[in-house]
Design a protein. Structure first.
Length: 252
């Protein structure tokens, strides 16, 4: 957030304090929900006596370095797949659109998710972890990397042109992810990657780089611009409303 002040990609057009409060309050609820779901799954794995030695990676005798690579790629692939599905299944989009309804983009947008979306993500990801039983340090390293890259990619940070051009080949940059938060649906339904843009290239969901690092893009959802739809209560209730801020996503 300090870097955003020094090198802003797009200065905030509204006083940010209220928006920051809402984003951070929603983040606290969403992270609390994810933590609760993870703790419950951990307790269930203990009760079922699921042990790392019985996991697929250990059973196949996979070398430790390969376990780390498989863990990193698998977790990032799950994040990519869940994200892409969330844009194309109506009830998942209702939850995920809370993240997209932020009319500005900065570091506080990173964890602005509906708590139910985070519970679903945890409940889908954890069984995969239980089956693979990867090294715990590999999971933690991926999780920490994902938090750092996600915070960077949501931030309003203007990286130098040359650096952005090189970095976007390997990791998701602020300019790369800004396109995903565009109000234009064709751009929203692209650039889904969390850490590695590789998955967008592999599955043909990468958008061409927007001119001027996407500064001119309108961010957010056209249907959620008024102050009422941005209150904390409205954001929590949005997925369950008949006329929600979200609209049915495009097919494809
Ligand atoms: Zn999205």
């Amino acid at each position: 957030m300090l870097l955003e002040v020094v090198l802003p990609l797009h200065p905030s057009s509204t006083p940010p304090l209220l928006r920051w409060f809402r984003n951070l309050a929603l983040s606290a609820l969403a992270l609390g929900a994810a933590f609760s779901a993870s703790t419950l799954s951990w307790a269930a794995s203990r009760a079922l006596e699921i042990r790392p030695e019985s996991g697929m990676l250990s059973s196949l005798g996979t070398p430790v370095w390969a376990q780390w690579v498989i863990t990193f790629l698998t977790l990032d692939a799950i994040a990519y797949a869940l994200h892409r599905i969330s844009h194309h299944v109506n009830w998942l989009w209702r939850l995920h659109s809370v993240h997209h309804s932020d009319p500005e983009l900065d570091a506080t947008t990173t964890h602005r998710h509906h708590p139910v979306e985070n519970v679903i993500t945890a409940l889908i990801s954890l069984p995969v972890l239980l089956v693979l039983a990867p090294p715990v340090w590999a999971v933690l390293t991926y999780s920490m990397t994902a938090v750092v890259i996600s915070t960077l990619s949501h931030s309003s940070l203007a990286l130098p042109d040359g650096l952005d051009k090189v970095l976007r080949n390997f990791i998701v940059t602020p300019a790369y992810h800004r396109t995903h938060h565009s109000a234009e649906r064709i751009q929203t339904d692209s650039n889904y990657a969390t850490v590695l843009p590789l998955f967008d290239r592999l599955f043909r969901s990468a958008s061409p780089a927007a001119p001027d690092k996407g500064r001119a893009l309108t961010i957010g959802l056209e249907t959620a611009r008024d102050a009422r739809s941005q209150s904390l209560w409205a954001l929590l209730m949005a997925p369950f409303r008949r006329s929600t801020t979200s609209t049915k996503p495009l097919e494809g």
